[in-house]
Each structure stands twice: as C-alpha cells, then as structure tokens.
Design a protein around this ligand. Structure first.
Ligand code: AR6
Length: 170
C-alpha cells in the first residue's frame, strides 16, 4: 500500500495538508502531542478551539493550522484505555472511529495528505500493538474507498511505537 508511510518525526514539523491532534474532550490543550501542536501553532489555535467548545470521544473537529506547516489541524479524542475486561470492544470501536471520523472530516475539507500520531497510546494508555492494528485497518479501508486521498503519514514518536506500526503494516 504505497499511500501509507511510516516515519519517526515530531508531527508539528510534518508538511501535509492536515495533521491530526490526539486531543481531550475539552479541546483546550494538554500534554503529549496535543501540547506540542498548540505550542507550535501559537495562540490562534487555542482561540479557535475555545469557540468550538469541546468534542466527544471518537469524534473529530477541524481548525486552521496557524503557525504549523500544515493548513489544518484535525482534533480527535481517543478513548482512555481502562484495561477492564469487557470494555475492550467498546474502546476498539471508539479508537477506530477516531481514524474514520478524522479522515472523513479532512477529506470533506479538501485534504489529500494527512499525518496521524499514534492516538490514545500515550497518556491514554491504549496498548500500542492493538491500537496500531486498528489504525492501519481503518486507514487502509478509507484509502480503498477514497482513491483521491493521496497520502496518509503515520508519525511515530519512539522506536517501540514505530515497530508496532511496522508490524501492523505487514
Ligand atoms: N509528534 C508525534 N507524536 C508525538 C508527539 C509529537 N510531537 N508528542 C507525543 N507523541 P499522547 P493520547 C506521541 O499522550 O494517549 C494529552 O494531554 C506519544 O509518544 O500525546 O491520545 C491530551 O490533551 C504517543 O505515542 O496522546 C489528552 O488529555 C502518541 O503521540 C491526552 O494527552 C499519543 O500520546 C491524550 O492521550
């Protein structure tokens, strides 16, 4: 699948039509990739996020990219992994929705190249092997259904995350 690429990079440096933010439901910033995106984008991003007024888990919202190289930021809210037996299917479905909803919203706004971080696998503790399989499945299905989408870049921070996605792409 030549349209998916895997890189080790800081997502705020990536040149794509849109980058995806692993946000929380307030959309008011936080740590991890969310903090990095807000720092790099500058205060205009937070002002726009405040106007949006939040986002439920698994949904996505779009803003400008401000000082980022990307034109848009797609903010999505991943599920926090609880590790409780019986919750896994629900959490898998919520994470799958993050990828599907982000891709659909981006596409509707003319985005043809998009970069994703590894949603939910940092502060939200979703197991990365499991998350990477869900991400790759959703991205592949979207690309098959939308031939005009040109490129999806999976941006990994760290070797463990990179290896998990490499395995999921095989
Ligand atoms: N570029 C690419 N990936 C990054 C970057 C970066 N600059 N910084 C971190 N990562 P996390 P979550 C990776 O915790 O698990 C925030 O406080 C990181 O190594 O950013 O969805 C939000 O406000 C990990 O692999 O997001 C929420 O409250 C991946 O990005 C909460 O954390 C996701 O880790 C969301 O937690």
């Amino acid at each position: 699948m030549g349209k998916i690429s895997l890189i080790k990079e800081d997502i705020t440096k990536v040149h794509a039509d849109a980058i995806v933010n692993a946000a929380n439901s307030t959309l008011l910033g936080g740590g991890g990739v969310d903090g990095a995106i807000h720092r790099a984008a500058g205060p205009g991003l937070l002002r726009e996020c405040k106007r949006i007024g939040g986002c439920p888990t698994s949904e996505a919202r779009i803003t400008g990219g401000y000082n980022l190289p990307a034109k848009f930021v797609i903010h999505t809210v991943g599920p926090a992994w609880r590790g409780r037996a019986g919750d896994e299917d629900r959490e898998d479905a919520l994470l799958a929705g993050c990828y599907r909803n982000s891709l659909a919203l981006a596409y509707e706004n003319g985005v043809r190249t998009i970069a994703f971080p590894s949603i939910s696998t940092g502060a939200y503790r979703f197991p990365v092997e499991r998350a990477s399989k869900i991400a790759v499945k959703e991205i592949r299905e979207f690309l098959e259904a939308h031939p005009k989408m040109e490129k999806v870049i999976i941006v990994c921070f760290g070797d463990e995350v990179f290896r998990a996605y490499e395995e999921a792409l095989k």
